[in-house]
Design a protein around this ligand. Structure first.
Ligand code: ZN
Length: 139
């Protein structure tokens, strides 16, 4: 069985950003040489997510509005987590809703997506260096 590991790094310009990472994940699949297997992609931080959905800009804006309604960044004082001196209580909750990781089947050397599926990195506490792990196994 082949095994391949790669990290992607991000330093997004805003507190919250949404980055389509489908291309670098597809590149990792090519680099792995795996034709039949599984590709795991996970955020390595507890204030960011990796999720699969449409890359349509209106939908991404809808996600951001929805998450901000569920867990507004401000007032900072509404989160007990921020009593630690941090200001990212909302980011932990947003990450939980949007998830930690995705797993995509690899078939004939390609990510075996359904219609319109794209892999996104969702940042909820950005403006600093963060990482995503890609792990690919198979033959
Ligand atoms: Zn925190």
């Amino acid at each position: 069985m082949k095994s391949y590991r790669k990290e992607l790094t991000f330093n997004t310009p805003h507190r919250r950003d949404y980055v389509n990472i489908t291309d670098p994940v597809e590149q990792a699949v090519r680099d792995s040489g795996v034709k039949e297997g599984l590709c795991l992609v996970n955020a390595m931080h507890i204030t960011a997510s990796v999720y699969i959905n449409d890359a349509e800009p209106g939908l991404i804006a809808d996600y951001d509005d929805w998450l901000e309604q569920l867990a507004p960044h401000e007032p900072i004082s509404r989160y007990r987590h921020n009593n630690t001196g941090e200001d990212n209580g909302d980011a932990h909750l947003k990450r939980q809703i949007m998830g930690r990781e995705v797993v995509v089947a690899i078939t004939a050397g390609k990510l075996d997506f359904g219609p319109w599926e794209q892999i996104h990195y969702a940042e909820f506490d950005g403006r600093r260096r963060k990482r995503v792990l890609i792990k690919i196994i198979g033959e």
